[in-house]
Design a protein around this ligand. Structure first.
Ligand code: FAD
Length: 556
Protein backbone atom coordinates (compact mmCIF):
# COMPACT_ATOMS: atom_id res chain seq x y z
CA UNK A 1 0.00 0.00 0.00
CA UNK A 2 1.21 3.51 -0.86
CA UNK A 3 2.53 5.43 2.12
CA UNK A 4 0.24 8.33 3.02
CA UNK A 5 1.92 11.74 3.24
CA UNK A 6 0.66 14.23 5.81
CA UNK A 7 1.95 17.78 5.64
CA UNK A 8 1.43 19.93 8.72
CA UNK A 9 1.65 23.73 8.49
CA UNK A 10 2.75 25.18 11.83
CA UNK A 11 4.87 23.23 14.27
CA UNK A 12 3.87 24.45 17.70
CA UNK A 13 0.86 23.52 19.88
CA UNK A 14 -1.59 21.97 17.41
CA UNK A 15 0.90 21.03 14.69
CA UNK A 16 3.48 19.31 16.91
CA UNK A 17 0.77 17.38 18.82
CA UNK A 18 -0.69 16.17 15.54
CA UNK A 19 2.69 15.09 14.17
CA UNK A 20 3.71 13.06 17.23
CA UNK A 21 0.34 11.34 17.56
CA UNK A 22 0.29 10.54 13.86
CA UNK A 23 3.56 8.69 14.16
CA UNK A 24 2.33 6.81 17.22
CA UNK A 25 -0.72 5.77 15.22
CA UNK A 26 1.00 4.95 11.93
CA UNK A 27 4.59 3.80 11.64
CA UNK A 28 4.38 3.95 7.82
CA UNK A 29 3.16 7.52 7.35
CA UNK A 30 5.33 10.20 5.73
CA UNK A 31 5.04 13.18 8.06
CA UNK A 32 6.41 16.62 7.24
CA UNK A 33 6.05 19.68 9.46
CA UNK A 34 6.62 23.07 7.83
CA UNK A 35 7.25 25.87 10.30
CA UNK A 36 8.02 29.41 9.19
CA UNK A 37 9.70 30.42 12.45
CA UNK A 38 13.07 29.30 13.82
CA UNK A 39 11.59 26.92 16.43
CA UNK A 40 9.07 24.10 16.68
CA UNK A 41 7.19 23.04 19.74
CA UNK A 42 8.13 26.06 21.83
CA UNK A 43 6.29 27.20 24.94
CA UNK A 44 4.54 30.43 23.91
CA UNK A 45 2.69 30.31 27.24
CA UNK A 46 6.03 30.68 29.02
CA UNK A 47 7.16 33.80 27.14
CA UNK A 48 6.00 36.40 29.72
CA UNK A 49 7.93 34.50 32.41
CA UNK A 50 11.05 34.40 30.22
CA UNK A 51 10.83 38.19 29.92
CA UNK A 52 10.38 38.47 33.70
CA UNK A 53 13.42 36.25 34.30
CA UNK A 54 11.46 33.52 36.09
CA UNK A 55 12.28 31.18 33.21
CA UNK A 56 15.97 31.91 32.93
CA UNK A 57 17.14 30.18 29.77
CA UNK A 58 15.77 30.34 26.25
CA UNK A 59 16.43 26.58 25.91
CA UNK A 60 13.85 25.93 28.62
CA UNK A 61 11.18 27.31 26.29
CA UNK A 62 12.14 24.95 23.49
CA UNK A 63 10.32 21.73 24.17
CA UNK A 64 11.62 19.78 21.16
CA UNK A 65 13.96 20.36 18.22
CA UNK A 66 13.74 19.17 14.59
CA UNK A 67 16.55 16.72 15.43
CA UNK A 68 14.50 15.32 18.30
CA UNK A 69 11.48 14.85 16.03
CA UNK A 70 13.66 13.03 13.49
CA UNK A 71 15.38 10.83 16.05
CA UNK A 72 12.36 9.91 18.16
CA UNK A 73 9.55 9.92 15.61
CA UNK A 74 11.16 9.92 12.14
CA UNK A 75 9.28 13.15 11.42
CA UNK A 76 10.72 15.63 8.92
CA UNK A 77 10.49 19.03 10.63
CA UNK A 78 11.60 21.98 8.50
CA UNK A 79 11.93 25.26 10.38
CA UNK A 80 12.34 28.48 8.42
CA UNK A 81 9.92 27.08 5.81
CA UNK A 82 6.99 29.38 5.08
CA UNK A 83 4.00 27.87 3.28
CA UNK A 84 2.81 30.59 0.90
CA UNK A 85 0.06 28.86 -1.11
CA UNK A 86 -2.09 25.75 -1.23
CA UNK A 87 -3.01 24.09 -4.52
CA UNK A 88 -6.01 21.97 -3.61
CA UNK A 89 -6.40 20.41 -7.04
CA UNK A 90 -2.79 19.25 -7.28
CA UNK A 91 -2.67 18.59 -3.50
CA UNK A 92 0.53 20.50 -3.06
CA UNK A 93 1.69 23.40 -0.92
CA UNK A 94 4.11 26.05 -2.15
CA UNK A 95 6.99 26.47 0.28
CA UNK A 96 9.36 29.40 0.61
CA UNK A 97 12.40 28.46 2.69
CA UNK A 98 14.59 31.07 4.37
CA UNK A 99 17.52 29.50 2.54
CA UNK A 100 17.17 28.04 -0.97
CA UNK A 101 14.51 28.08 -3.67
CA UNK A 102 10.76 27.81 -3.45
CA UNK A 103 9.34 24.35 -4.04
CA UNK A 104 6.08 22.39 -4.09
CA UNK A 105 5.44 19.78 -1.43
CA UNK A 106 2.83 17.10 -2.18
CA UNK A 107 0.35 15.86 0.43
CA UNK A 108 -2.42 13.31 0.84
CA UNK A 109 -3.62 15.04 4.00
CA UNK A 110 -2.89 18.63 4.90
CA UNK A 111 -3.20 19.85 8.48
CA UNK A 112 -3.29 23.60 9.06
CA UNK A 113 -2.18 24.81 12.48
CA UNK A 114 -0.87 28.31 11.68
CA UNK A 115 -2.15 29.87 14.89
CA UNK A 116 -3.02 33.53 15.15
CA UNK A 117 -1.38 36.92 14.75
CA UNK A 118 -1.36 39.54 17.50
CA UNK A 119 -3.67 42.41 16.60
CA UNK A 120 -1.83 45.66 15.78
CA UNK A 121 -4.43 48.37 15.26
CA UNK A 122 -3.65 50.97 12.55
CA UNK A 123 -3.03 53.77 15.05
CA UNK A 124 -0.75 56.72 14.30
CA UNK A 125 2.79 55.79 15.36
CA UNK A 126 2.09 52.05 15.77
CA UNK A 127 5.31 51.16 13.91
CA UNK A 128 7.61 53.27 16.09
CA UNK A 129 10.55 51.42 17.65
CA UNK A 130 9.78 50.25 21.18
CA UNK A 131 6.23 49.02 20.46
CA UNK A 132 6.05 45.24 20.72
CA UNK A 133 3.67 42.31 20.43
CA UNK A 134 4.42 38.95 22.03
CA UNK A 135 3.86 35.69 20.17
CA UNK A 136 7.21 34.02 19.51
CA UNK A 137 10.58 33.41 21.13
CA UNK A 138 12.21 36.06 18.87
CA UNK A 139 9.52 38.56 20.03
CA UNK A 140 10.41 37.86 23.65
CA UNK A 141 14.14 38.19 22.96
CA UNK A 142 13.58 41.56 21.26
CA UNK A 143 11.61 42.75 24.30
CA UNK A 144 14.33 41.57 26.69
CA UNK A 145 17.00 43.23 24.57
CA UNK A 146 15.07 46.52 24.45
CA UNK A 147 14.64 46.50 28.23
CA UNK A 148 18.36 45.90 28.74
CA UNK A 149 19.66 48.33 26.12
CA UNK A 150 17.27 51.20 26.93
CA UNK A 151 17.30 50.83 30.69
CA UNK A 152 13.50 50.68 30.64
CA UNK A 153 11.95 52.24 33.74
CA UNK A 154 8.35 52.43 32.57
CA UNK A 155 6.15 50.47 30.15
CA UNK A 156 2.61 50.78 28.86
CA UNK A 157 0.81 47.46 28.48
CA UNK A 158 -2.21 47.75 26.23
CA UNK A 159 -4.89 45.13 26.91
CA UNK A 160 -6.11 43.65 30.19
CA UNK A 161 -6.56 40.06 29.08
CA UNK A 162 -4.43 37.23 30.47
CA UNK A 163 -1.35 38.05 28.36
CA UNK A 164 -1.60 41.74 29.32
CA UNK A 165 -1.84 40.87 33.01
CA UNK A 166 1.02 38.36 32.82
CA UNK A 167 3.18 40.94 31.04
CA UNK A 168 2.25 43.67 33.54
CA UNK A 169 3.27 41.37 36.39
CA UNK A 170 6.54 40.28 34.82
CA UNK A 171 7.57 43.85 34.00
CA UNK A 172 6.65 44.80 37.57
CA UNK A 173 8.87 41.96 38.83
CA UNK A 174 11.73 43.54 36.85
CA UNK A 175 11.16 46.79 38.74
CA UNK A 176 9.57 48.51 35.73
CA UNK A 177 6.67 50.88 36.41
CA UNK A 178 3.60 49.80 34.44
CA UNK A 179 0.57 51.59 33.04
CA UNK A 180 -2.03 48.97 32.11
CA UNK A 181 -4.68 50.19 29.70
CA UNK A 182 -7.97 48.40 29.05
CA UNK A 183 -10.76 49.55 26.72
CA UNK A 184 -13.51 47.82 28.71
CA UNK A 185 -14.67 48.66 32.23
CA UNK A 186 -12.65 45.78 33.68
CA UNK A 187 -9.69 43.51 33.04
CA UNK A 188 -10.27 39.82 32.11
CA UNK A 189 -13.47 40.38 30.14
CA UNK A 190 -14.62 36.74 30.20
CA UNK A 191 -15.11 36.92 33.96
CA UNK A 192 -18.02 38.66 35.68
CA UNK A 193 -17.05 42.09 37.05
CA UNK A 194 -17.44 41.39 40.77
CA UNK A 195 -15.18 38.33 40.50
CA UNK A 196 -12.45 40.42 38.88
CA UNK A 197 -12.48 43.00 41.68
CA UNK A 198 -9.95 41.21 43.95
CA UNK A 199 -7.52 41.03 41.00
CA UNK A 200 -8.14 44.72 40.26
CA UNK A 201 -7.35 45.51 43.89
CA UNK A 202 -4.15 43.44 43.70
CA UNK A 203 -3.04 45.17 40.49
CA UNK A 204 -3.56 48.60 42.04
CA UNK A 205 -1.96 47.55 45.35
CA UNK A 206 1.17 46.57 43.41
CA UNK A 207 1.40 50.16 42.19
CA UNK A 208 0.35 49.48 38.60
CA UNK A 209 -1.37 52.47 37.02
CA UNK A 210 -4.52 50.67 35.81
CA UNK A 211 -6.69 52.63 33.41
CA UNK A 212 -9.95 50.97 32.41
CA UNK A 213 -12.46 52.43 29.91
CA UNK A 214 -9.38 53.84 28.19
CA UNK A 215 -8.14 53.35 24.65
CA UNK A 216 -4.86 54.32 23.08
CA UNK A 217 -5.37 56.85 20.31
CA UNK A 218 -1.80 57.48 19.15
CA UNK A 219 1.91 56.91 19.76
CA UNK A 220 4.59 59.60 19.26
CA UNK A 221 8.29 60.04 19.88
CA UNK A 222 8.85 62.37 22.82
CA UNK A 223 10.26 65.77 21.84
CA UNK A 224 13.70 64.84 23.20
CA UNK A 225 13.51 61.62 21.08
CA UNK A 226 14.45 59.57 24.15
CA UNK A 227 11.12 57.89 24.80
CA UNK A 228 7.58 57.33 23.57
CA UNK A 229 4.49 59.37 24.31
CA UNK A 230 1.22 57.44 24.41
CA UNK A 231 -2.00 59.43 24.03
CA UNK A 232 -5.23 57.95 25.39
CA UNK A 233 -8.85 58.44 24.38
CA UNK A 234 -9.40 60.80 27.34
CA UNK A 235 -6.68 63.10 25.96
CA UNK A 236 -4.17 62.22 28.69
CA UNK A 237 -0.64 61.28 27.73
CA UNK A 238 1.95 59.03 29.35
CA UNK A 239 5.65 59.14 28.67
CA UNK A 240 7.09 55.66 28.51
CA UNK A 241 10.12 53.63 27.46
CA UNK A 242 8.24 50.82 25.75
CA UNK A 243 4.78 49.54 24.84
CA UNK A 244 3.51 45.97 24.84
CA UNK A 245 0.40 45.36 22.74
CA UNK A 246 -1.75 42.56 24.15
CA UNK A 247 -5.13 43.34 22.67
CA UNK A 248 -5.97 39.93 21.29
CA UNK A 249 -5.22 37.83 18.26
CA UNK A 250 -6.57 37.40 14.75
CA UNK A 251 -6.71 33.88 13.25
CA UNK A 252 -3.94 33.43 10.69
CA UNK A 253 -6.30 32.14 8.01
CA UNK A 254 -5.03 34.00 4.90
CA UNK A 255 -3.54 30.87 3.37
CA UNK A 256 -6.82 28.98 3.81
CA UNK A 257 -8.91 31.85 2.51
CA UNK A 258 -6.73 32.22 -0.60
CA UNK A 259 -7.33 28.60 -1.60
CA UNK A 260 -11.08 28.83 -1.10
CA UNK A 261 -11.55 27.11 2.24
CA UNK A 262 -14.67 28.25 4.12
CA UNK A 263 -13.99 31.09 6.53
CA UNK A 264 -16.30 32.14 9.39
CA UNK A 265 -17.52 35.65 10.19
CA UNK A 266 -14.54 36.45 12.42
CA UNK A 267 -11.89 35.08 10.08
CA UNK A 268 -11.59 31.54 11.48
CA UNK A 269 -11.38 28.46 9.27
CA UNK A 270 -14.71 26.61 9.40
CA UNK A 271 -14.35 22.95 10.40
CA UNK A 272 -16.75 20.20 11.39
CA UNK A 273 -16.46 18.13 14.57
CA UNK A 274 -13.75 16.04 12.84
CA UNK A 275 -11.73 19.25 12.36
CA UNK A 276 -12.21 18.80 8.60
CA UNK A 277 -12.53 21.88 6.39
CA UNK A 278 -14.79 22.04 3.34
CA UNK A 279 -11.98 20.16 1.54
CA UNK A 280 -12.02 16.57 2.89
CA UNK A 281 -8.22 16.32 2.56
CA UNK A 282 -7.54 19.44 4.60
CA UNK A 283 -7.89 19.66 8.37
CA UNK A 284 -7.41 22.68 10.60
CA UNK A 285 -6.77 22.99 14.34
CA UNK A 286 -5.86 25.50 17.03
CA UNK A 287 -6.24 29.26 17.19
CA UNK A 288 -7.14 29.42 13.51
CA UNK A 289 -10.39 27.44 13.72
CA UNK A 290 -13.95 28.23 14.63
CA UNK A 291 -15.22 25.85 17.30
CA UNK A 292 -18.58 25.08 18.84
CA UNK A 293 -19.34 26.11 22.40
CA UNK A 294 -20.49 22.90 24.07
CA UNK A 295 -22.95 24.81 26.28
CA UNK A 296 -24.62 27.06 23.72
CA UNK A 297 -23.90 25.33 20.40
CA UNK A 298 -22.79 28.72 19.11
CA UNK A 299 -19.73 29.03 16.88
CA UNK A 300 -16.83 30.86 18.48
CA UNK A 301 -13.04 31.10 18.61
CA UNK A 302 -10.99 30.05 21.66
CA UNK A 303 -7.27 30.77 21.21
CA UNK A 304 -5.93 28.56 24.00
CA UNK A 305 -3.27 25.87 24.14
CA UNK A 306 -5.48 23.07 25.52
CA UNK A 307 -7.97 22.98 22.63
CA UNK A 308 -5.12 23.32 20.08
CA UNK A 309 -3.27 20.33 21.54
CA UNK A 310 -6.37 18.16 21.78
CA UNK A 311 -7.50 19.04 18.27
CA UNK A 312 -4.05 18.24 16.83
CA UNK A 313 -4.12 14.85 18.49
CA UNK A 314 -7.68 14.24 17.31
CA UNK A 315 -6.85 14.99 13.68
CA UNK A 316 -4.06 12.43 13.80
CA UNK A 317 -6.63 9.88 14.96
CA UNK A 318 -9.07 10.84 12.23
CA UNK A 319 -6.41 10.64 9.52
CA UNK A 320 -5.54 7.14 10.74
CA UNK A 321 -9.15 6.01 10.60
CA UNK A 322 -10.28 6.33 14.22
CA UNK A 323 -13.86 7.47 14.77
CA UNK A 324 -13.65 10.50 17.00
CA UNK A 325 -15.05 14.00 17.16
CA UNK A 326 -14.21 17.23 18.99
CA UNK A 327 -16.51 17.83 21.95
CA UNK A 328 -16.49 21.60 21.62
CA UNK A 329 -15.17 24.15 24.07
CA UNK A 330 -16.48 25.66 27.27
CA UNK A 331 -13.96 28.45 27.87
CA UNK A 332 -11.88 27.09 30.74
CA UNK A 333 -9.09 29.58 31.38
CA UNK A 334 -6.80 30.77 34.15
CA UNK A 335 -4.56 33.72 34.89
CA UNK A 336 -2.12 34.13 37.73
CA UNK A 337 -0.81 37.61 38.49
CA UNK A 338 0.03 39.84 41.45
CA UNK A 339 -0.33 37.01 43.96
CA UNK A 340 -3.80 35.95 42.84
CA UNK A 341 -5.21 33.29 40.58
CA UNK A 342 -8.35 34.05 38.60
CA UNK A 343 -10.02 31.21 36.73
CA UNK A 344 -13.22 30.52 34.87
CA UNK A 345 -15.07 27.73 33.13
CA UNK A 346 -18.36 27.70 31.25
CA UNK A 347 -20.66 30.65 30.71
CA UNK A 348 -20.65 33.98 32.50
CA UNK A 349 -23.78 35.95 33.36
CA UNK A 350 -23.66 37.97 30.14
CA UNK A 351 -23.61 34.78 28.03
CA UNK A 352 -26.42 33.20 30.05
CA UNK A 353 -28.56 36.32 29.61
CA UNK A 354 -27.81 36.48 25.88
CA UNK A 355 -28.80 32.82 25.51
CA UNK A 356 -31.94 33.47 27.61
CA UNK A 357 -31.07 30.52 29.83
CA UNK A 358 -32.88 30.79 33.19
CA UNK A 359 -30.07 30.79 35.72
CA UNK A 360 -29.20 31.43 39.34
CA UNK A 361 -25.91 32.34 40.91
CA UNK A 362 -24.45 31.45 44.27
CA UNK A 363 -21.33 32.83 45.91
CA UNK A 364 -19.16 31.27 48.59
CA UNK A 365 -15.91 32.33 50.20
CA UNK A 366 -14.42 29.16 51.66
CA UNK A 367 -10.78 28.62 52.57
CA UNK A 368 -8.52 26.62 50.26
CA UNK A 369 -7.99 24.26 53.19
CA UNK A 370 -9.24 23.97 56.75
CA UNK A 371 -8.68 27.11 58.81
CA UNK A 372 -6.89 25.31 61.65
CA UNK A 373 -4.06 24.27 59.34
CA UNK A 374 -1.62 27.19 58.95
CA UNK A 375 -1.74 29.31 55.83
CA UNK A 376 -5.40 28.97 54.86
CA UNK A 377 -6.44 31.45 52.16
CA UNK A 378 -9.87 32.54 51.00
CA UNK A 379 -11.16 31.41 47.62
CA UNK A 380 -13.94 33.64 46.28
CA UNK A 381 -16.20 31.36 44.26
CA UNK A 382 -19.19 31.88 42.03
CA UNK A 383 -21.32 29.08 40.61
CA UNK A 384 -23.84 29.60 37.81
CA UNK A 385 -26.51 26.99 37.10
CA UNK A 386 -29.63 26.44 35.05
CA UNK A 387 -32.65 26.75 37.35
CA UNK A 388 -34.80 24.45 35.23
CA UNK A 389 -32.68 21.38 36.03
CA UNK A 390 -29.76 22.44 38.21
CA UNK A 391 -27.21 21.82 35.44
CA UNK A 392 -23.91 23.56 36.15
CA UNK A 393 -23.35 26.23 33.49
CA UNK A 394 -20.29 28.05 34.75
CA UNK A 395 -17.96 28.79 37.64
CA UNK A 396 -15.43 31.46 38.45
CA UNK A 397 -12.97 31.72 41.31
CA UNK A 398 -10.30 34.06 42.54
CA UNK A 399 -7.85 33.58 45.39
CA UNK A 400 -4.24 33.11 46.35
CA UNK A 401 -4.22 29.31 46.43
CA UNK A 402 -6.30 26.32 45.38
CA UNK A 403 -8.35 28.11 42.72
CA UNK A 404 -7.22 25.94 39.81
CA UNK A 405 -8.22 22.66 41.45
CA UNK A 406 -11.76 23.84 42.14
CA UNK A 407 -12.32 25.27 38.69
CA UNK A 408 -10.87 22.16 37.06
CA UNK A 409 -13.22 19.91 39.01
CA UNK A 410 -16.19 22.05 37.97
CA UNK A 411 -14.92 22.19 34.38
CA UNK A 412 -15.07 18.40 34.27
CA UNK A 413 -18.52 18.48 35.86
CA UNK A 414 -19.69 20.84 33.12
CA UNK A 415 -18.25 18.62 30.42
CA UNK A 416 -20.12 15.67 31.91
CA UNK A 417 -23.32 17.76 32.03
CA UNK A 418 -23.41 17.45 35.82
CA UNK A 419 -25.81 19.31 38.11
CA UNK A 420 -25.39 21.18 41.36
CA UNK A 421 -26.57 17.97 43.07
CA UNK A 422 -23.52 16.20 41.63
CA UNK A 423 -21.22 18.91 43.04
CA UNK A 424 -22.94 18.56 46.40
CA UNK A 425 -22.17 14.81 46.38
CA UNK A 426 -18.72 14.88 44.71
CA UNK A 427 -16.19 12.78 46.58
CA UNK A 428 -13.00 14.84 46.57
CA UNK A 429 -9.70 14.23 48.27
CA UNK A 430 -9.13 15.76 51.69
CA UNK A 431 -6.42 16.13 54.29
CA UNK A 432 -6.01 19.32 56.37
CA UNK A 433 -3.25 20.82 54.22
CA UNK A 434 -5.21 20.34 50.98
CA UNK A 435 -8.86 21.05 51.57
CA UNK A 436 -11.77 20.44 53.85
CA UNK A 437 -14.13 17.57 54.45
CA UNK A 438 -16.66 19.79 52.68
CA UNK A 439 -14.51 20.98 49.81
CA UNK A 440 -15.21 24.43 48.32
CA UNK A 441 -16.67 22.58 45.32
CA UNK A 442 -19.06 20.67 47.63
CA UNK A 443 -19.92 23.91 49.41
CA UNK A 444 -21.04 25.85 46.33
CA UNK A 445 -22.90 22.71 45.24
CA UNK A 446 -24.62 22.49 48.63
CA UNK A 447 -25.71 26.13 48.60
CA UNK A 448 -27.06 25.78 45.06
CA UNK A 449 -28.71 22.41 45.79
CA UNK A 450 -30.39 23.90 48.89
CA UNK A 451 -31.67 26.72 46.71
CA UNK A 452 -32.86 24.31 43.98
CA UNK A 453 -34.78 22.26 46.57
CA UNK A 454 -36.46 25.40 47.87
CA UNK A 455 -34.77 25.21 51.28
CA UNK A 456 -32.68 28.32 50.77
CA UNK A 457 -34.15 31.25 48.80
CA UNK A 458 -31.37 33.33 47.29
CA UNK A 459 -31.27 37.09 46.82
CA UNK A 460 -28.43 39.22 45.58
CA UNK A 461 -26.73 42.46 46.44
CA UNK A 462 -27.75 43.74 43.03
CA UNK A 463 -31.45 43.34 43.98
CA UNK A 464 -31.25 44.44 47.58
CA UNK A 465 -34.56 46.26 48.30
CA UNK A 466 -34.49 48.68 51.21
CA UNK A 467 -38.16 49.63 50.69
CA UNK A 468 -39.65 46.17 50.39
CA UNK A 469 -37.20 44.07 52.40
CA UNK A 470 -35.27 44.23 55.63
CA UNK A 471 -31.59 43.37 55.62
CA UNK A 472 -30.92 41.36 58.76
CA UNK A 473 -27.27 41.31 59.70
CA UNK A 474 -26.40 38.37 62.00
CA UNK A 475 -22.71 39.12 62.46
CA UNK A 476 -21.09 40.16 65.73
CA UNK A 477 -21.18 43.79 66.87
CA UNK A 478 -17.45 44.16 66.10
CA UNK A 479 -17.90 42.96 62.54
CA UNK A 480 -20.86 45.28 61.96
CA UNK A 481 -18.88 48.23 63.29
CA UNK A 482 -16.00 47.65 60.92
CA UNK A 483 -18.17 46.87 57.84
CA UNK A 484 -21.68 48.36 58.27
CA UNK A 485 -24.42 47.18 55.89
CA UNK A 486 -27.06 49.34 54.18
CA UNK A 487 -30.68 49.45 55.49
CA UNK A 488 -29.97 46.83 58.09
CA UNK A 489 -31.20 45.47 61.38
CA UNK A 490 -28.53 43.87 63.47
CA UNK A 491 -29.18 40.80 65.62
CA UNK A 492 -26.16 38.56 66.22
CA UNK A 493 -26.90 34.93 65.28
CA UNK A 494 -26.57 33.70 68.87
CA UNK A 495 -29.28 36.16 70.06
CA UNK A 496 -31.68 35.55 67.19
CA UNK A 497 -33.81 32.82 68.78
CA UNK A 498 -34.52 35.07 71.79
CA UNK A 499 -35.18 38.22 69.72
CA UNK A 500 -37.43 36.87 66.97
CA UNK A 501 -40.24 39.21 68.06
CA UNK A 502 -38.24 42.22 66.81
CA UNK A 503 -38.64 41.07 63.20
CA UNK A 504 -41.62 41.76 60.92
CA UNK A 505 -43.61 38.71 59.73
CA UNK A 506 -45.08 40.64 56.78
CA UNK A 507 -41.83 41.76 55.16
CA UNK A 508 -39.16 39.91 53.20
CA UNK A 509 -35.98 39.51 55.24
CA UNK A 510 -32.63 39.33 53.44
CA UNK A 511 -30.14 37.76 55.82
CA UNK A 512 -26.46 38.53 55.71
CA UNK A 513 -23.31 37.52 57.57
CA UNK A 514 -19.63 37.39 56.62
CA UNK A 515 -19.77 34.71 53.92
CA UNK A 516 -23.21 33.09 54.27
CA UNK A 517 -22.90 30.23 56.76
CA UNK A 518 -24.35 32.02 59.82
CA UNK A 519 -26.99 33.58 57.58
CA UNK A 520 -27.97 30.10 56.38
CA UNK A 521 -28.44 28.94 59.97
CA UNK A 522 -30.49 32.06 60.68
CA UNK A 523 -32.67 31.44 57.61
CA UNK A 524 -33.43 27.86 58.67
CA UNK A 525 -34.52 29.19 62.07
CA UNK A 526 -36.56 32.09 60.66
CA UNK A 527 -38.35 30.03 58.01
CA UNK A 528 -39.44 27.49 60.60
CA UNK A 529 -41.01 30.38 62.53
CA UNK A 530 -42.91 31.61 59.49
CA UNK A 531 -40.61 34.44 58.34
CA UNK A 532 -39.92 35.07 54.63
CA UNK A 533 -36.15 34.88 54.86
CA UNK A 534 -33.65 34.68 52.04
CA UNK A 535 -29.87 34.56 51.79
CA UNK A 536 -27.91 37.54 50.53
CA UNK A 537 -25.60 35.28 48.62
CA UNK A 538 -21.95 35.48 49.52
CA UNK A 539 -22.53 37.79 52.49
CA UNK A 540 -20.43 40.84 53.17
CA UNK A 541 -17.48 39.28 51.32
CA UNK A 542 -19.44 39.35 48.06
CA UNK A 543 -20.78 42.85 48.84
CA UNK A 544 -17.19 44.10 49.07
CA UNK A 545 -16.71 43.05 45.45
CA UNK A 546 -20.01 44.53 44.25
CA UNK A 547 -20.11 47.80 46.10
CA UNK A 548 -17.85 50.46 44.52
CA UNK A 549 -17.62 52.34 47.81
CA UNK A 550 -16.18 49.25 49.51
CA UNK A 551 -13.56 48.60 46.84
CA UNK A 552 -9.92 49.16 47.55
CA UNK A 553 -9.45 50.24 43.97
CA UNK A 554 -11.89 51.49 41.37
CA UNK A 555 -9.92 52.51 38.28
CA UNK A 556 -11.14 54.37 35.25
C1 FAD B 1 2.48 35.05 25.37
C2 FAD B 1 1.46 33.98 25.27
C3 FAD B 1 1.04 33.32 26.41
C4 FAD B 1 0.08 32.32 26.32
N1 FAD B 1 -0.31 31.69 27.47
C5 FAD B 1 -1.25 30.72 27.40
C6 FAD B 1 -1.66 30.03 28.56
O1 FAD B 1 -1.14 30.28 29.66
N2 FAD B 1 -2.62 29.10 28.45
C7 FAD B 1 -3.20 28.79 27.24
O2 FAD B 1 -4.06 27.91 27.18
N3 FAD B 1 -2.81 29.42 26.11
C8 FAD B 1 -1.87 30.37 26.16
N4 FAD B 1 -1.48 31.01 25.02
C9 FAD B 1 -2.16 30.67 23.76
C10 FAD B 1 -1.54 29.43 23.12
O3 FAD B 1 -0.15 29.60 23.04
C11 FAD B 1 -2.15 29.23 21.75
O4 FAD B 1 -3.54 29.09 21.89
C12 FAD B 1 -1.60 28.00 21.06
O5 FAD B 1 -0.21 28.10 20.91
C13 FAD B 1 -2.26 27.84 19.69
O6 FAD B 1 -1.69 26.76 19.03
P1 FAD B 1 -1.65 26.74 17.43
O7 FAD B 1 -1.00 25.48 17.04
O8 FAD B 1 -2.99 27.06 16.90
O9 FAD B 1 -0.74 27.98 17.05
P2 FAD B 1 0.77 28.29 17.46
O10 FAD B 1 1.14 27.55 18.68
O11 FAD B 1 0.89 29.77 17.48
O12 FAD B 1 1.59 27.72 16.26
C14 FAD B 1 1.42 28.21 14.98
C15 FAD B 1 2.74 28.13 14.23
O13 FAD B 1 2.47 28.15 12.85
C16 FAD B 1 3.49 28.83 12.18
N5 FAD B 1 2.97 29.27 10.89
C17 FAD B 1 1.93 30.13 10.66
N6 FAD B 1 1.72 30.26 9.35
C18 FAD B 1 2.63 29.49 8.72
C19 FAD B 1 2.90 29.23 7.36
N7 FAD B 1 2.19 29.78 6.40
N8 FAD B 1 3.92 28.40 7.08
C20 FAD B 1 4.64 27.81 8.06
N9 FAD B 1 4.42 28.03 9.36
C21 FAD B 1 3.42 28.84 9.69
C22 FAD B 1 3.79 29.98 13.12
O14 FAD B 1 5.11 30.46 12.90
C23 FAD B 1 3.62 29.35 14.49
O15 FAD B 1 4.87 28.95 15.01
C24 FAD B 1 -0.49 31.99 25.07
C25 FAD B 1 -0.05 32.63 23.91
C26 FAD B 1 0.91 33.61 24.01
C27 FAD B 1 1.37 34.30 22.76
Amino acid sequence: MKKQTTVIVGGVAGGASCAARLRRNDENANITVLERGPHVSFANCGLPYFIGGIIEKEEDLLLASPEFFKRRFDIDVRTGHDVIAINREARTVRVKPVVGDEYDQAYDHLVLSPGAQPIRPPLPGIDLPGIFSLRTVPDSKQIKQWIAEHGVKHAVVVGGGFIGLEMAENLHILGIGVTLVERRAQVMAAIDPEMVQPMTNAICAAGVDLRTRTEVSRFDRSTDQKSLEVTFSDGQTVRTDMVILAIGVRPDSGLAEDCGLAIGPRGHIVVDSRMTTNDPNIFAVGDVVEVTCALTNQRTGLPLAGPANRQGRLVADIITGKRRGFRGVQGTAICGAFGLTLATTGLNERALRNMKIPYEVVYAHPRNHVGYYPGAQTINMKLLYDTTNGRVMGAQAVGADGVERRIDVIAMAIQMKASVFDLEEAELCYAPQYGAAKDPVNLVGMVAANAMRGDLPITHWSDIGCQTALVLDVRTAEEVKSDPMPCGKHIPIDELRARLGELPQDKAIQVVCGVGIRAYNAICLLRQHGYQASLLSGGVSTWMHFNPAARACSPG
